[in-house]
Structure formats: structure tokens, C-alpha cells
Design a protein. Structure first.
Length: 565
């Protein structure tokens, strides 16, 4: 695997095969017979890899809603051929990531060095993209999922109760990443609640231009907005239809995800304004990402730019392109995105997403029968903070570009009332970088959890993750993922094995029983009127109050969409 892609993607190691191929179990899905690829004797789990849950989204299905597999086949598929969806990252984000590492370890910001890095990456964009795309796994035909099931669950007699199911929706800003993680630690932790453990499911969904194009022009040409969200929905419907064949209970499904994964789950909770039942019962959302789009027509600019990059003039022509051309154009388009990019995120489409989630939650238009658990990291936004914002005017311009169509009265409220230009520590920041960092922590992550808590009558469970890795001064976005997917190697969590086990026990017990419990650790409070949370710290797990239970977050829920304040 090329080194650049390894920076962004974590592919789980192949599980050891401890049985002959003929001994591994098979499941008849109707449209195919799928055989487990591996059995892991250490965890006593079968892994059914790369199960197709949708037809290849190519040709006329490109930029369209996913379609379930058709036909009936007696062919045995072992899932040896899988794929990751076409993807890339903005080179600007690599600069912000570099600045984040310096900031988190106390190294002064060097604007000249950062500017040179950005200039070099932009100049070598084609080479950068081609290196990423050299990975043979990248393929438009990527709508597959994995099922990892404990042997004891799979071999339960007919009629026995089904096991709880945890479905992973990965993050990555809706532009990169894939389903491949090692869930062995999660399954092991789930057994601490009694029983044989959970069934783990992870699914791919389309990314970037292919999954999140939108806008009036795109839709007028016949494109389907939020196709990536529809991919996820189809995968969840597949779980409802088929998971009992693996020993799972479709009525005990918990979704979980970090960042864009958590943000996607938020959209599933508010899908169709709560007018349709949802294919899950519980949800754990970590670092719940959502960036509201004020003016949907801004997506038209991204679509037009993609067409120009692909050297075509219409959606019809884009559907006729060979995959290689589409994959390259998508990667080049993403590579050029600025830090303030407003496209390639879930957006209001009048159907699946009838309005912004914050508004739908406030209006009671969501799935109210879902149990909710959320978390956030101490410092969520350093990877998304533009390091080149140095003045008050640049600070204001950041919000104009991030939220196309936002009113000047809203911008004025943001820069003068919410985050005043007093850089003396009075408001928690003493430079423009930290000022923007605080704003991003609010609008992109933390406030989203507060909206959920209020909507669910404060009957949620919330925690903050504040354990920094290595020599970082604070925990930053996604630092908690190593704890969620802890597999027993203390070095992956800075020696904090006890905290990692507690982390997993809280999450998996919630999935199994609906109540987060960890042995020998504090009782997990209900959020309640007083915004009670737990805080994971280097000194242990302590009681705390939600720092996002503020009037600032109340403003972010509606303020961008009001001409007044």
C-alpha cells in the first residue's frame, strides 16, 4: 500500500484462517450464498467479508439512489473481492493537520512554512492524487458490508433469541475512509454484559462527488442528492432483512460512528422528518459532525466544477464516463477544496432530509423511540481550523465562505457577540487561531450533541473524552477512536488500558442493555436538566457538566437561518 494512503486509511489485518474453506459456514441471502472468509480462534468469531448489499453504482446508477441486488443465485461467494469507494482528501487539510500537530505539542505556528507546504502540495496535486488512486482497492463498485459474528451466536439453535447488533458507520468528512476496522475488542467487551456478545456490521457508502453531490442544477438533471446517506439506509435495511440469518436480532440494532459517521446517524434519526420508522433502536454518536448549508444553490458550484474537471457538460455525460475518469475527477476536485468547503456534506433535499437536523429536532420531527448516547472530544476542531486566518476581517470571511448565503447580520453576531475580537484570554482565546478553533468546536461538533439532548428531553447519556495521546497537551478530534477499537495492545492507548476497557464496556453495555455500565467505574448519569456528563481524563473518569449547554449553542441551532438574531 502506498504511503500516502496509509496516512488516511486504517485497514484491519486479515483475520487468521483456522479452518479449511469447506468447514466455514454459509448463509443463503437469496441473491447469493455467502460463505465466511475466516474464523478467528482467538476471539471465536466468523467474519463474512464484502457482502454485496447494492448493485454496482455505475452507469445509470451513478449519482442515483442505490438499488438492492437482484436475482437468485446458488453461487457461493466468499467475499474475497471487495473495494473501498473512490476518495481523496483536500491538500489544504494536510496543512491544517500539520499545524494541529504543532499546536497540540506547543510548537509555535510558522506561517511561512505552512504556506510553502500548501504551495508545494497544490503544485503536485496530480502526483498526490495519482499516488492515492494507485491503491487497487479503490473501485466504484464498492457497496459492500462485513458481518463479524461470535461462533456461539451463529450456532444458536433455531428459535433461540437473537443477539444484539452494532452497525459501524465510518467517519472521514464524507470524502474518505472505508469500513475496514478490527472489531475484536468491541466483541470481547460486549461479553462483559453477559451473553455471547454482539454481532458487528460495518458498511461502505459513496463519498465525495459520487455520494454527496446536490443542488438545484444537479437535481434538475436527474441526480439524487444525499446518495451516500441512501447507501447507508439501504445497508441498514439489509441488516433488518438478513441479520437474523447470522443469529442477530433486527430489533436490537445499535448504530455507532465517529465524526461524519456520527453526523450521518443524526440524519438517520431525523430522516423523513420522523414520518417513517427507522431501521435501528439505539445510537451512539461520537464527535457528531454536521455543517449546515445555508444556501443549497452553493452545491451547484461544486457540481459545475466537477463537470469541468471531468471534461463533460452534463450529468448524462458524467454517467457515460469510464470509472477511471470519474474516480480521477472526483479526487482532483476534492484535492482542490479549501478549508471552508461547503459541499460534499448531507444537505436539505426536501425528502430524506426535509430540513436541517437542528430545526427538525426542535420541531419534534425525528424518531423519538431511539435511545441515544453521545460523546465529544475536548478539542474537536484543530484539524479543521484554517491556520491562515490572522485578522478580524479574515475571521468574518471564513464564515461567509463556510456558510454561503449567510446574512451579514448573522456574520456580525458570530464575530462580535458569540466570539468577540478581544484576544486577551477573556473569552478563552488569545489569538485568531484559538478564536476560530473555539467557534468550530461549537458549530461543527459540540452544539450538535446539545440539540439531541434537548430533543430527547435530556434522557440521554453523554461523555467527554479528554485523554491526550503522546505529548499532546489536549485530546483532539478522533483521539478516542483508539479506545473504541482497542484490541489489547496498551501502546495504542498510551498505556491507558483500564480506561480503554471502560470506554468499550460503557459503549457495548449500552448496545446490549440500553444502559452504559463499566465495571469498577462511575455510574453513568442521565444527562438531565443539569447537563450531567462523565469526563474521561488522565486521572480517571469523573463527573462533569456539559460545556456545550450554552446560549451560544442555542443560537447556532437556528441563527444561521434567520436574517435577524
Amino acid at each position: 500500500m502506498n504511503s500516502k494512503r496509509f496516512i488516511f486509511f486504517s485497514l484491519a489485518a486479515v483475520t487468521p484462517l483456522a479452518a479449511s474453506i469447506g468447514d466455514l459456514p454459509k448463509v443463503d441471502l437469496g441473491y447469493e450464498i455467502h460463505q465466511a472468509m475466516t474464523f478467528d480462534p482467538a476471539t471465536e468469531t466468523y467474519k463474512f467479508s464484502n457482502i454485496r448489499f447494492a448493485q454496482p453504482p455505475i452507469g445509470d446508477l451513478r449519482f442515483a439512489a442505490p438499488v438492492p441486488p437482484e436475482g437468485i443465485s446458488d453461487q457461493v461467494n466468499r467475499g474475497e473481492v471487495g473495494a473501498v469507494c473512490p476518495q481523496a482528501v483536500p491538500v489544504a487539510s494536510l496543512v491544517s493537520e500539520s499545524v494541529k500537530r504543532d499546536y497540540m505539542t506547543g510548537i509555535p505556528f510558522n506561517e511561512t512554512a505552512a504556506a510553502l507546504l500548501l504551495e508545494g502540495l497544490q503544485a503536485n496535486l496530480t502526483g498526490f492524487v495519482e499516488d492515492i488512486l494507485s491503491d487497487p482497492q479503490i473501485n466504484e463498485d464498492c457497496l459492500f458490508l462485513d458481518v463479524v459474528v461470535p461462533k456461539a451466536v451463529f450456532e444458536r439453535p433455531s428459535g433461540a433469541p437473537g443477539a444484539p447488533v452494532m452497525v459501524w458507520i465510518f467517519g472521514g468528512g464524507w470524502i474518505f475512509n472505508d469500513k475496514n476496522e478490527d472489531p475484536s475488542g468491541i466483541i470481547k467487551a460486549s461479553k462483559s454484559s453477559g451473553g455471547d456478545g454482539v454481532i458487528y456490521v460495518a458498511l461502505n457508502y459513496r463519498l465525495g462527488t459520487l455520494g454527496w453531490s446536490s443542488g438545484p442544477k444537479f437535481q434538475a438533471e436527474g441526480g439524487t442528492p444525499n446518495a451516500g446517506l441512501l447507501d447507508q439506509r439501504l445497508g441498514l435495511e439489509w441488516v433488518q432483512k438478513h441479520i437474523s440469518k447470522f443469529g442477530g436480532d433486527p430489533n436490537r440494532v445499535t448504530l455507532f460512528g465517529i465524526s461524519a459517521g456520527g453526523g450521518s446517524i443524526l440524519h438517520h434519526i431525523t430522516a423523513y422528518g420522523g414520518q417513517k420508522s427507522v431501521p435501528f433502536k439505539q445510537a451512539y454518536m461520537a464527535s457528531l459532525a454536521h455543517k449546515p448549508s445555508v444556501d443549497p444553490s452553493a452545491f451547484d458550484d461544486a457540481w459545475t466544477s466537477f463537470l469541468e474537471t471531468a471534461d463533460v457538460s452534463s450529468l448524462k455525460e458524467a454517467r457515460a464516463l469510464p470509472s477511471e475518469a470519474v474516480i480521477l475527477a472526483n479526487a482532483l476536485k476534492i484535492g482542490r477544496l479549501p478549508m471552508t468547503f461547503a459541499a460534499y456534506v448531507p444537505t436539505v433535499d426536501g425528502d430524506l432530509v426535509p430540513d436541517h437536523p437542528g430545526i427538525l429536532l426542535a420541531e419534534g420531527k425525528f424518531a423519538k423511540d431511539v435511545k441515544v448516547m453521545t460523546s465529544f472530544v475536548k478539542n474537536e476542531f484543530p484539524s479543521g481550523t484554517d491556520p491562515f486566518v490572522n485578522t478580524d476581517e479574515e475571521f468574518a470571511q471564513y464564515f461567509r465562505e463556510s456558510f454561503p448565503g449567510v446574512s451579514e447580520s448573522s456574520v456580525d453576531h458570530i464575530i462580535n457577540a458569540l466570539y468577540p475580537p478581544t484576544l486577551d484570554g477573556t473569552h478563552g482565546y488569545d489569538n485568531q487561531y484559538e478564536r476560530l478553533l473555539q467557534a468550530g468546536n461549537d458549530f461543527a461538533y459540540g452544539c450538535n450533541t446539545f440539540y439531541l439532548d434537548k430533543a430527547f428531553n435530556n434522557q440521554t447519556h453523554v461523555f467527554q473524552f479528554s485523554v491526550p495521546p503522546g505529548d499532546q497537551k489536549e485530546a483532539a478530534h478522533a483521539d478516542d477512536k483508539a479506545y473504541l477499537y482497542y484490541t489489547g495492545d496498551p501502546s495504542t492507548v498510551g498505556g491507558n488500558s483500564d480506561l480503554a476497557v471502560a470506554f468499550q464496556e460503557y459503549i457495548t453495555s449500552f448496545a446490549v442493555t440500553g444502559v452504559p455500565i463499566a465495571k469498577a467505574w462511575p455510574e453513568f448519569p442521565v444527562y438531565g436538566q443539569d447537563a450531567h456528563i462523565l469526563n474521561f481524563t488522565t486521572d480517571g473518569i469523573v463527573a462533569a457538566t456539559d460545556p456545550y449547554a450554552t446560549e451560544t449553542c442555542n443560537w447556532w441551532q437556528f441563527g444561521l437561518f434567520n436574517s435577524g438574531n
